[in-house]
Design a protein around this ligand. Structure first.
Ligand code: M6P
Ligand code: ZN
Length: 188
């Protein structure tokens, strides 16, 4: 295959991409904690995030990249976030680069939860084996670029079933990490 490139705008749009995905609330209802609020918002079904992917063939050694535009908002007290996933293939990590906005990269392995504060210019590393989710804690679009092995695969099922053990909610003083499943391993 031949080399290629994309121009990544500050808005998060790629001018050359293989797929554009939109995730609305009802595509990810099971991921938010406040089920009553999910029900109340179901008619409006707000757009939570948009992804532009440039995927390489799913073969060892190939790399894909994607931008995510995560909009500001909350479902109840919980900030808009991505579904979050494990990589299906063991031993595959990922690099995130924040282009604009502000948020948290929430990661969990077993019962260990870590967060990295994301703002313009921050580069963050997700080591193999850590589930990862992005959360928009700001009032503007949170935009980031990710690089990952093309054959990593997305495992959403484990998170849909078990959830992360902490969620990010708005408190009087700002974003707060709250335990909802204390000490529970995400992969039982
Ligand atoms: C980043 C990458 C993508 C991922 C996207 C949205 O751009 O990690 O692989 O698809 O974020 O996250 P999710 O797949 O968890 O909804
Ligand atoms: Zn990933």
């Amino acid at each position: 295959m031949n080399p290629y490139s994309s121009r990544c705008l500050r808005s998060g749009e790629l001018d050359n991409y293989s797929a554009r995905l939109e995730r609305r609330l009802m595509d990810m209802a099971e991921f938010f904690s406040d089920k009553e609020m999910v029900g109340a918002l179901s008619d409006r079904n707000p757009l939570i995030y948009t992804v532009y992917e440039m995927t390489a063939p799913e073969e060892p050694g190939q790399l894909s990249y994607a931008t995510t535009i995560l909009y500001p908002g909350k479902v109840g007290d919980e900030y808009y976030m991505t579904k979050g996933h494990f990589h299906s293939k063991e031993g595959t990590g990922e690099v995130y680069y924040c282009i604009a906005g502000r948020g948290l990269l929430l990661m969990q392995k077993g019962s260990r939860v870590e967060t990295t504060g994301m703002e313009e210019g921050v580069v963050a590393y997700v080591p193999p084996g850590w589930a990862h989710r992005s959360v928009n804690t700001g009032s503007e679009n949170f935009v980031f670029l990710a690089f990952y092995p093309a054959d990593a695969g997305h495992d959403y099922g484990t998170i849909a079933e078990n959830g992360f053990s902490k969620i990010v909610v708005e408190d009087r003083d700002g974003p707060k990490l709250v335990s909802i499943r204390p000490g529970r391993s995400i992969r039982p």
